[in-house]
Design a protein around this ligand. Structure first.
Ligand SMILES: [Zn+2]
Ligand SMILES: [Zn+2]
Ligand SMILES: [Zn+2]
Ligand SMILES: [Zn+2]
Ligand SMILES: [Zn+2]
Ligand SMILES: [Zn+2]
Length: 417
């Protein structure tokens, strides 16, 4: 069977030609397999055949919540990728993207009418799991679904790397930098919990524009970076405290880390890094500004956080040890997914995916899952009948798929697979 090169690429220049360019099923399936490899890279190391329960709390995995099995009002539960396919294939699922330290709940005591097909012998509950409103399909401080049919303002959703909830860009207290300019975000609430991070902001964080949320005027914005520079200038000139502070000062409190033992120094010896002193304490001697905003961080910022004994203790008390673990990042997880496949192939599609934000990626994965299922079903008919798949058949499929997709996205819930 002679196949048009490149599978479904348009047959340029032969419009009206009597011969139908045809694509063999093998070609389509080969391309399908390529696509599947890429999608698996995005789904990271998540196993799509075996329930992840036996691995215990998985460091990071693709996770889903089933609105059919555990609707709002019931106890929240999360299920692994394989279970989303095998045990909840026809159910209404919320895509949670990835979460850390989670153990699959599929079929445990939270499920009244479902037995897991892949790993039925689970314990009653997973006490280490953390749940939030994402498991009911709600996101952000505004507790809205995504996509939100009542929200007409186009806005991207950004995941906080500490609480792993998703936030509207406009609900972070600061205008997010361009998505390519930062890698990770810590939300307002988590910045309050992890207040020590404010000491690192001037050195590490990506500068933002602060939204002044005075009740009368939400549109005024101040450039924080400039303001900080002004502050420094003013300080230099006047030698410290002064009158006539700028407007933003009211919103900015001088940052003081509540020190565990006042005035004590981080030990100079016990450090994992080569740094002889506590980086955090060093930074805290400089002026730190604490604002009520989310913060945005570049790649590899985690490795620049102090790892002295005192800081490690503090991370553990705050339950944020993952902050110094570059392998905890979504990027590391995705890279693992890629390297689990054939390794040394740089693909333009992966480059594109990496440059997309999380929401765009999730949408792509969901679209891909939909596409794969429907395309496979569609092609099976041709295989069963032993007929050749023509280009127009494929075109027709994609047109129908597009219109089905439009109908789907117009509906309330966010379907996956
Ligand atoms: Zn599972
Ligand atoms: Zn279900
Ligand atoms: Zn299951
Ligand atoms: Zn919101
Ligand atoms: Zn958070
Ligand atoms: Zn330290």
């Amino acid at each position: 069977m002679e196949a048009a090169a490149g599978g479904a690429e348009p047959a340029g220049g032969c419009a009206g030609a009597p011969e139908e360019p045809v694509v063999s099923l093998a070609d389509v399936l080969a391309e399908n397999e390529e696509l599947e490899k890429e999608a698996r890279a995005v789904l990271g190391g998540s196993d799509h055949e075996r329930c992840s329960y036996s691995q215990g709390a998985v460091k990071r995995q693709a996770l889903y919540a089933c609105s059919t099995c555990t609707p709002p009002g019931e106890e929240p539960a999360g299920i692994c990728l394989a279970c989303s396919y095998e045990c909840h294939g026809t159910h209404k699922l919320f895509e949670l993207y990835t979460k850390r330290n989670f153990r699959c709940d599929c079929g445990n005591s939270k499920f009244k009418n479902l037995q897991c097909k892949l790993f039925p012998e689970k314990g009653k509950v997973n006490s280490g799991n953390k749940y939030n409103h994402n498991f009911y399909g709600l996101y952000c401080v505004c507790k809205r679904p995504y996509p939100d049919p009542e929200d007409e303002i186009p806005d991207e959703m950004i995941q906080c790397i500490v609480c792993e909830d998703w936030f509207h860009g406009r609900h972070l207290g600061a205008v997010p930098p361009e998505s390519g300019d930062f890698h990770e975000m810590v939300c307002q609430a988590c910045m309050n919990c992890c207040a020590f991070l404010w000491a690192y902001t001037s050195q590490l964080a990506v500068p933002t524009v602060t939204k002044v949320t005075s009740l009368d005027d939400e549109r005024i914005v101040l450039n924080v970076k400039e303001t900080e520079e002004q502050n420094r200038e003013i300080k230099k000139e006047s030698g410290g405290d002064h009158q006539g502070k700028i407007k933003e000062e009211e919103q900015v409190e001088q940052y003081n880390e509540p020190s565990t033992s006042s005035g004590s120094k981080c030990p100079e010896t016990v450090t994992k890094s080569d740094e002889p002193v506590c980086k955090l304490r060093e930074l805290q001697t400089k002026q730190c500004l604490k604002k009520d905003t989310a913060t945005f961080w570049p790649s590899n910022w985690r490795s620049k956080l102090c790892t002295c004994k005192d800081c490690l203790k503090m991370y553990s008390e705050l339950d944020v040890q993952f902050l110094i673990d570059e392998c905890d990042t979504v990027l590391a997880y995705e890279n693992k997914g890629t390297s689990d496949q054939e390794t040394d192939r740089r693909d333009p599609l992966m480059d594109t995916l990496n440059s997309m934000n999380r929401v765009q990626q999730v949408e792509l994965i969901c679209e891909y899952n939909d596409l794969k299922t429907e395309l496979t079903d569609y092609l099976r008919r041709f295989a069963d009948e032993g007929t050749v798949v023509k280009r127009e058949d494929i075109q027709q499929f994609f047109e129908e798929f597009q219109s089905r997709k439009r109908r789907r996205t117009n509906r309330m819930q966010y379907y996956c697979s």
